[in-house]
Design a protein. Structure first.
Length: 385
């Protein structure tokens, strides 16, 4: 058999190079921004709840640029192009994609080379249209007489527009359950502050879509975040259902493990007055509060019917256990490793720590305190001194 000619070897080399390039962990963006020659654009990647800058690029005299973005296998990325702080284009890129788009400086754009990106462009155009309609209705509402027939009519229009759009988005996510374009749809807002999917029962949509997308993109960070949000919404829905059917109680129960991994219920404590104290062992000031305030107060009032149920909201259980061993606190200490994502934090509407509540005779009280002096005063009042 004759040896391969130089030309044949060259053709083979080029072919292999093309195959290798198509399999590389990148996607290529070719963009053109109309009426913006010789300016700059910033390419950003969505990292679940924040943007990471990929590159800052200069446009040529025709407003063109090219950018490569690293994409892992099976993990498409949401990539956005900004100019002067305005988002001009939104893309969903997969490994090996070569996408081109043409945009104007107002954020109107068309895209080719990616079906998902084209669907995302349509989703954003529809959202922009309803947002404009809602803004116009809100502007009209500001200029009419309160209590007038016209005000009532405009409010009805706003409600009808919201319902129409909500139904259209439900239809979209049901028909595109295996497309990543449903993820931003689930988080859309109208009038800047009103979530489209704002009902508690929308937890079902979040959960079903997480199930569908996990089949296609099991490693996607966006799908994993969607799963967490679905679980959070189901926890809220479950709590709402339990509250609506539960017998009337004076406080919400808590059941968490102590340092020996034994679960302790708040409702099992039988003291007349109980301080429920949410805190973080990572905060030095809060650790000192245990020793400087809570411990001497506990020693004085415990025999009179006072106890403490202390809840650490911290995912670092090792740190919490170390603090417990170091401080040797005599009251109930438990830890919720979910931190601020704890369902108990949601139940008690905890927005920051430390936060405390006082229970007397099985019911939450409105007794508040700000320091050791006011805490002692409250305990004297509640314990009958």
């Amino acid at each position: 058999m004759k040896s391969m000619s130089r030309f044949s070897r060259f053709i083979l080399f080029v072919s292999l190079a093309v195959v290798a390039a198509s399999c590389s962990d990148v996607a290529v963006i070719e963009g053109t921004i109309a009426q913006a020659p010789s300016s700059e654009v910033v390419v950003k990647l969505l990292n679940v709840n924040q943007y990471d800058v990929v590159d800052t690029l200069s446009l040529d005299e025709a407003g063109r640029f090219e950018c490569k973005v690293e994409i892992a296998e099976g993990q498409p990325e949401f990539v956005y192009v900004f100019r002067n702080g305005r988002r001009l284009a939104s893309l969903i890129l997969e490994k090996g994609d070569k996408v081109s788009f043409i945009a104007d400086t107002l954020g109107n754009y068309t895209v080719e080379g990616s079906e998902e990106s084209a669907k995302l462009a349509q989703v954003e155009a529809e959202h922009a249209a309803v947002s404009r309609n809602m803004e116009q209705l809100a502007s009209r509402l500001e200029n009419v007489k309160p209590g007038s027939v016209e005000e009532s009519e405009i409010k009805s229009e706003i409600g009808a527009e919201y319902i129409r759009y909500y139904r259209s988005r439900v239809k979209y996510v049901l028909e595109n359950s295996k497309s990543l374009t449903v993820v931003p749809v689930l988080y859309q807002k109208v009038a800047e502050t009103i979530p489209v999917f704002s009902q508690n029962t929308d937890a079902i949509h979040f959960s079903n879509l997480a199930d569908s997308l996990e089949v296609v993109y099991p490693e996607s960070k966006y799908v994993k975040a969607l799963r967490k949000e679905a679980e959070r919404r189901f926890a809220v829905l479950d709590l709402q259902n339990r509250l609506s059917t539960a017998e009337e109680v004076g406080f919400f129960d808590i059941e968490l493990p102590d340092v020996r991994s034994q679960k302790i219920k708040l409702s099992d404590m039988d003291s007349r007055v109980i301080l429920v104290y949410f805190w973080s062992p990572a905060d030095a000031a809060q650790k000192m509060f245990n020793l400087d305030v809570l411990k001497p107060v506990y020693e004085e009032f415990h025999k009179k019917g006072f106890d403490i149920y202390q809840v650490a909201l911290d995912p670092d259980k090792a740190l919490w256990a170390s603090v417990m061993k170091e401080q040797n606190l005599p009251w109930v200490n438990v830890c919720d490793g979910l931190g601020t994502a704890s369902r108990y934090a949601a139940t008690y509407n905890i927005s920051s720590v430390p936060t405390a509540f006082i229970i007397k005779d099985g019911a939450l009280t409105d007794a508040a305190f700000t320091d050791e002096k006011s805490l002692r005063k409250r305990l004297n009042e509640l314990l009958g001194r």
